[in-house]
Design a binder for this molecule. Sequence first.
Ligand code: MN
Length: 289
Amino acid sequence: MQYGIYYAYWAKHWRGDFIPYAEKVKRLGFDILEVACGAFDQAPLSYFRELRQASQAAGLRLTGGYGPRPEHNLASPDPAVVQNAFDFYRDIFPKLQAAGIDSLGGALYSFWPASGVTAPDRAGDLARSTDNMRRLADLAAEHGISLYMEVLNRFEGYLLNEAKEAAAYADAVGRDNVKVMLDTFHMNIEEDSLPDAIRLTGRRLGELHIGEANRRPPRPGRMPWEAIGAALREIGFDGKVVMEPFVKTGGEVGRDIRLWRDLSDGADTAALDREAARSVAFIRGLFAG
Ligand SMILES: [Mn+2]
């Protein structure tokens, strides 16, 4: 397994320059830096070549994340929205490839956050999403990219809330480069058993997001980290484990993640760095078994 962290732990905005994080994240003990791809259409191809060079120089692998905006919703009944989504992905896939990013994870099958939805056409959306995902997967494959369907809690999504739903979705799409992404923060709300959800997902698991129930970096005590590690070893998981902590208020990140209080105990950047380093050492040791 390889261990990573999402850059937004330190950031207030979803679009940003990821290059400065490469050296830092490696020094803190990570193998992977996960970046936000939602604004990749705003940047030129040359930026992504620089990003690749920076990550290679640091000895770091990059992964991509995206919570699709409503205008990129692959489940939409409006063909113009679906076309718009394909236009967006057709623009960014070559950029991911240029950056050396071989996976994109998130609620790619729908949109995020789907918090205002009251009466969704779940069956219709699932059918449309499944058909469109097959096409998107084939496009992604041309760029060597795998797509990870992130399972979200009920307050942020309505199509895939449980691992078993995502497993069925991935099976229905039936493409090797479409996998499932689980996240302990969402699982903590929706799953009866976190280890059982991992076992059920099995070989379909592409990436695991880790975090405490309140989205602090993993630490001992609250989540069943030992049992989660055992389940990952049981399914022979050799993929990406990426922590996605959010602890600081303010900006787009604080607003979208609904951070209304400081969960960092007033940490400055150096203290955030120490916490991330401590957390990845804890998880790495535990998951190794
Ligand atoms: Mn996540």
